[in-house]
Design a protein. Structure first.
Length: 239
């Protein structure tokens, strides 16, 4: 258990199901997390904007401001990692959430241990970011074509203009740029970028890569910066 580290960065749970919130809070606290709960979207958004949380657990189906609306507003000012909870578990809910900037998702009902595992993966990314300045490799600015990625400052620029990415998008882009010209499997991207194994029907990596393509735009010659290798993974071409 990583309780001493996890408790330093609290988690915000936004869900109108008070009973579920209480159960999840008790479980996550036993796992070493400090949990704060908001029962509606409006107060949850205000809390998320004002608090130093390592992650936000966000339910999609809430009265008033639902999870999608909240995420859209939150992403205007914050890149805090967000794990979406979808009641129906339909692909469309998952894909929409990821396209709007969610880092990961879980379909209800889910095993609380799986949620704890997703949060620990997020926490590991946070620790790696904090430790990056101490590592020689972490200090090196990556430049491929007109894209520059600074691991230490957590900044990406395209042709000199900053590109705003979520934490997962940044992690995936760094993996692809470090392997520029080589193919990286979807499984490796999931293991290294999301901190978990990729299930057969999981499209998370594909949606995150699609978001990266949209945000980075076409390469100077008009081609794709990230090439799809059908049935295997992706390749950052740097063209």
């Amino acid at each position: 258990m990583e309780s001493s580290t996890l408790a330093e960065s609290p988690v915000l749970l936004i869900d109108d199901d008070e009973e579920l919130g209480s159960l999840l809070s008790r479980f996550l606290q036993k796992e070493g997390f400090e949990v704060h709960i908001e029962l509606d979207g409006s107060s949850g958004l205000e809390r998320a904007r004002g608090g130093a949380f390592c992650a936000v657990i966000l339910d999609v189906m809430m009265p008033g401001m639902n999870g999608f609306d909240l995420l859209r507003e939150l992403r205007r000012t914050s890149n805090v990692p967000v794990v979406m909870l979808t009641a129906r578990g339909q692909d469309v809910d998952r894909i929409v959430g990821l396209e709007m900037g969610a880092d990961d998702y879980l379909a209800k009902p889910f095993n609380p241990r799986e949620l704890a595992a997703r949060l620990r993966a997020i926490q590991r990314r946070v620790r790696q970011v904090s430790a990056a300045p101490l590592a020689p490799e972490g200090k090196r600015v990556l430049v491929v074509g007109d894209v520059e990625l600074n691991p230490r400052a957590r900044v990406v620029k395209r042709a000199g203009d900053e590109v705003v990415l979520t934490s997962v998008e940044f992690a995936l882009l760094e993996i692809l740029m470090r392997a520029a010209g080589h193919i990286v499997s979807r499984e490796d991207l999931s293991n290294q970028g999301l901190g978990r194994r990729l299930s057969q029907s999981d499209r998370s990596i594909d949606v995150h890569v699609s978001n990266l393509r949209r945000k980075l735009g076409a390469s100077p010659d008009g081609g794709d910066r990230i090439k799809t290798v059908r049935g295997f993974g992706y390749q950052y071409t740097g063209a």
